[in-house]
Design a protein around this ligand. Structure first.
Ligand code: PLP
Length: 361
């Protein structure tokens, strides 16, 4: 199954950089052009290219004004938001998710607020935006920065606006597995020029940086390929959406393999098609399910990272307590994920196998 498309246009972009003799983001023409093109594409006031999404999350936490020991509210289904908080020695505080969408449950935010809360990192998980109206309203009331992790969600929309432009700072990943793949790379979008300036100072690592800075620059070759790939990413997401539609259709009549629910007014970019195995409630064990799927040439794995983010040592070792998110605990071991990248025709064939396997129960 063919993944991302790289061709002469990408080669020409690399050659342009090599011919210019400027391969570093400082003083190069490609990085500002990439930022401007991305900013316009997403209809965002500002954009700043960055080496990867983790660096973007780290910088965004700094931009929130959080000091060491302050708190950042994060979701527990993936580790990245919590790690972003820990990079700045902040404490991640875990907000449970909605059972049907797997996204941050905004109704749980008030009970997590303390005097030390500075920001919320919301993961637009699998490709769908969380309840941004509620999250933004809560953040505005309590003067918190809203950071969107859009590593899965380029071109996802929420009431017509693109993921990454809904909160204060949006962070995108161009790591190889993502819809827009540059090997590694990232972009951030932000509403405020001040936040951009803080983040730029963090990544512009000179002889004596203006503030504690990291070397988080993107390089010119990645930025140049990024400009080409940006012209293809929308179409790529459409293919992912088409593939996800085939999997949704395949499970439509099954009560116990429940796909991520889509809320009205949100377009899911479907980096990943996710479903929850609820077979036990219907007398089907995990083992029976996996064996039967294998027999239908549709091998599956349940569980993703098995446990919520806070239960992994890399994060748990820094937490003052033992968080417990009831819904995430239920979902994590039951997660079935399918990457939607590549040829939709192959996915459609795969989805037929899934439907046949489910029909055999
Ligand atoms: C939701 C999410 N956030 C952040 C990241 C980190 O992205 P990067 O590799 O660009 O740092 C990933 C990577 O898989 C991700 O899936």
């Amino acid at each position: 199954m063919r993944y991302h498309q790289f061709d002469d246009e990408d080669l020409q972009a690399c050659k342009r950089v090599l011919d210019s003799g400027v391969l570093c983001g400082i003083g190069g023409a490609e990085t500002p052009a990439f930022e401007e093109e991305f900013r316009r594409e997403m209809n965002s006031p500002h954009a700043l290219a960055i080496v990867n999404a983790m660096a973007g999350l780290h910088c965004a936490v700094v931009a929130s004004g959080a000091d060491y020991g302050d708190e950042v509210i994060v979701d527990p289904m993936v580790v990245f938001a919590a790690l972003g908080a820990l990079y700045h020695h902040c404490t991640p505080v875990f907000c449970d998710v909605e059972r049907d969408t797997h996204l941050m449950d905004a109704t749980k935010l008030p009970e997590l607020l303390t005097e030390r809360t500075r920001a919320i990192i919301v993961t637009q998980l699998w490709g769908q935006c969380a309840d941004m109206d509620a999250i933004n309203a809560f953040a505005a009331e309590h003067d918190l920065l809203v950071i969107e992790d859009c590593a899965h969600a380029i071109y996802a929309t929420y009431n017509g606006g693109y993921a990454g432009t809904l909160g204060d700072v949006g962070v995108y990943s161009f790591q190889q597995s993502k819809q827009m793949a540059l090997g590694d790379g990232g972009m951030t979008c932000m509403k405020s020029a001040e936040h951009r300036e803080i983040m730029e100072e963090m990544i512009t690592f000179g002889t004596v940086p203006k503030r504690l800075g990291w070397n988080y620059r993107i390089n010119e070759i990645v930025a140049a390929i990024g400009r080409v790939q940006l012209t293809r990413a929308r179409e790529y997401v459409r293919m992912c959406q088409r593939s996800a539609a085939a999997y949704n259709a395949a499970v439509a009549d099954c009560e116990w393999l429940v796909p991520q629910a889509n809320r009205e007014g949100r377009e899911n970019a479907y980096h990943i098609w996710a479903a929850i195995f609820e077979g036990e409630e219907f007398g089907i064990t995990r083992e029976q399910f996996m064996t039967r799927m294998g027999e239908h040439d549709f091998p599956v794995r349940l569980g993703y990272i098995e446990r919520p983010a806070y239960a992994h040592h890399c994060i748990a070792q820094y937490l003052p307590d033992e968080p417990y998110c009831e819904v995430a605990e239920h979902l994590m071991p039951r997660l079935m994920l399918i990457g939607t990248g590549g040829d939709p025709v192959g996915h459609e064939r795969n989805a037929e196998k899934l439907a046949a396997a489910l029909a055999s129960f």
